[in-house]
Ligand binder design. Sequence first.
Ligand SMILES: *Cc1c(COP(=O)(O)O)cnc(C)c1O
Length: 338
Amino acid sequence: MIIDLRSDTITQPTPAMREAMFSAPLGDDVLGDDPTVNALEAKAAAMFGMEAALFCASGTMTNQLAIRTHTRPGNDVICDYLSHVYQYEGGGISVNALASVSLAHGERGKLTPDLIREHIYNPNDSHKPVSRLVVLENTVNKGGGCYYTIPEISAIRQLCNEQGLILHLDGARLFNALVETGEPTEAYGKLFNSISICLSKGLGCPVGSLLLGKADFIRQARRFRKLMGGGWRQAGFLAAAGIYALDHHVDRLKQDHSRARKIGAILNQLPEVQEIYPIDTNIVIFRLPETILAADYVTQLDAKGIRGISFGKHLVRFVTHLDFTDEHVEKMASLLTT
Ligand SMILES: *Cc1c(COP(=O)(O)O)cnc(C)c1O
């Protein structure tokens, strides 16, 4: 039994999800007539109170399309230093959007109105780039799966309104936040100009992310998707998995969170674990002493049949997911503590 906690992207489609995929009606999405893609896009947009949606190959693509569509060359994007759009998208902000980045250093990767305000340039100062877009991440991956609440986001929205800034959400794990806060999805459409959500993470789909926003914005993003070679044909196979996941795999995320907390309790008993980040959702990050490199520790874990990833010189990350069961938790406890 391999315990694979490298990421929540490693899940296999369930038999019922495969069934939904195989029986999906298909068309040519580039021509706009794949009925399953259209149904997924309409469903997700309605769910979040947005006008339209665009189904894409990855969360990197949906984030990058959003940034590309919202900005012009020479604009500046404000995000946290820990954010995925900065750390893990190949420098795409500069490549795809020809935009610069201002990095804030929030608590566990979370921005506040004050932090954002510090990074807004004076629009009358011609030395400076034009501050244009703020990107939030919810939950924050590198912050250990911490999340924003709607009041926190509303305060940021208000600042953006005052300053004429656009607000994008990298919601790769947004549903993990929402099952914890109990907040309604529809409220999100009013808070953000655009939202990216991943279907291939906790929701258990093999592939796919959605970009949500106003109809005009999505029309423009669809042009850029084509330009990047991201137009796809009978993508309904993949969209069917997404529809299935939105119907069946959201509420169960709570189980992933409770199993993550159980992992925290196991780690708590290990002498080499110096610190465990608060476990708010499905991500567990812990710190090793200066004498142990995370990369070496991960190799040792691997030999025991436990897979995690090195998340910094002395940090290790585990992510719980659909294919990680109570049985795995028990096995993990016996492997690590005996
Ligand atoms: C996984 C992830 C993405 C998107 O990743 P892809 O692998 O490109 O789908 C975006 N943002 C965050 C925070 C993520 O964890």
